[in-house]
Design a protein. Structure first.
Length: 259
C-alpha cells in the first residue's frame, strides 16, 4: 500500500505539470484506472522499495535499453525507410539495438524519456527528479537518454541520484544511489498526510524525527553523525534543486530523430 500511495502522490505532481505543458500529448505510460500519471512506458521500477534500502531489479527493459543478446553493429544503424540518424541519435543507439529490432522505436523510447523530463522540469524540476527516485521513470532509461539525447536534464538526473525514496537507508559520506544517503538537507516535495521520518545515530538514538500531518512539503537534515534515515509516506527526498540558467540560444526540445 505504501508503494501505491507513493506513486499516486508523485503522479499528482506530474499530472499538474503535464496539464500545463503536455496537454493532449500521447503517452506510452502505464495504463489507466484512477492513476492517470504521465509516466514513461518503462520496465519495473528501479527505485528502492518502500520497506528496504536497496533498489529493486529492473526485470524488463526501459525505453531504449538493449536486451541481452547480439546488437546491431554501429555501421548498420540506419532507419528502415532509408536515410540516416544524426550523430547524437546514433551515439544513443550504439550498442542498444538488439538484432531484429527497429532502431527508430528504440530511439523514440529514449526521446520520450527526454520529452517528459524536459517538459515536466520546465514547470517543476522536483517532479521530474521524484519520478526517477520512485521508479515512475526508469533510472537506467533516464540515465541513458540524458547522457546523449537531453544533456540539459543532467541536473535533474544528478538530483535524483542524490535523493532517496521511502525506506531505511544507511548514512555514508560516499553514498550509493538506492542504498545509502549522504549527510545534508533534503526536501520531500509531494508527501502523504501520513509522512513520517526519523534520523538515528549510534545505538539507535533518535537525532531528528517528524511528520507532516497534512499533505505538504517536508524537510529534514541528516547530520554527519547519523547512521540511519527512515521514512514512510514521504515518497521521495531530494537535495536542494534548482534549474540552471538557460542561454538565449538553448533549445528546449530533445533530439528530433532521423535526418
Amino acid at each position: 500500500m505504501t508503494g501505491v500511495r507513493r506513486r499516486t502522490a508523485v503522479a499528482a505532481v506530474l499530472v499538474t505539470a503535464a496539464v500545463a505543458l503536455l496537454g493532449g500529448c500521447g503517452s506510452g505510460g502505464h495504463g489507466g484506472g484512477a492513476d492517470h500519471r504521465p509516466s514513461v512506458a518503462d520496465g519495473a521500477p528501479t527505485g528502492p522499495a518502500a520497506s528496504g534500502g536497496s533498489s529493486t531489479s529492473d526485470s524488463s527493459q526501459a525505453p531504449g535499453s538493449a536486451a541481452d543478446g547480439p546488437k546491431v553493429p554501429d555501421d548498420q544503424l540506419t532507419p528502415p525507410g532509408g536515410g540516416s540518424f544524426s550523430t547524437k541519435d546514433k551515439k544513443y543507439l550504439s550498442g542498444r539495438v538488439p538484432k531484429g529490432d527497429d532502431p527508430v522505436a528504440v530511439l523514440e523510447g529514449g526521446q520520450e524519456v527526454c520529452e517528459r523530463l524536459t517538459r515536466t522540469s520546465a514547470i517543476d524540476p522536483a517532479a521530474s527528479a521524484s519520478a526517477i527516485v520512485t521508479g515512475d521513470i526508469s533510472r537506467s532509461g533516464a540515465t541513458a537518454a540524458v547522457r546523449t539525447l537531453c544533456p540539459d536534464q543532467r541536473y535533474v538526473l544528478d538530483a535524483a541520484a542524490r535523493g532517496f525514496a521511502d525506506g531505511s537507508f544507511a548514512v555514508a559520506a560516499a553514498p550509493v544511489a538506492g542504498r545509502s544517503v549522504a549527510p545534508g538537507r533534503y526536501q520531500a516535495p509531494a508527501v502523504s498526510p501520513s509522512c513520517t521520518w526519523r534520523v538515528t545515530g549510534a545505538d539507535g538514538k533518535t537525532l531528528a524525527s517528524g511528520s507532516t500531518g497534512t499533505a505538504a512539503k517536508a524537510v529534514l537534515t541528516v547530520p554527519a553523525t547519523a547512521e540511519t534515515v527512515t521514512s514512510s509516506g514521504c515518497y521521495a527526498w531530494l537535495p536542494p534543486l534548482a534549474a540552471p540558467a538557460r542561454s538565449a540560444t538553448a533549445s528546449p526540445a530533445p533530439s528530433g530523430g532521423t535526418s
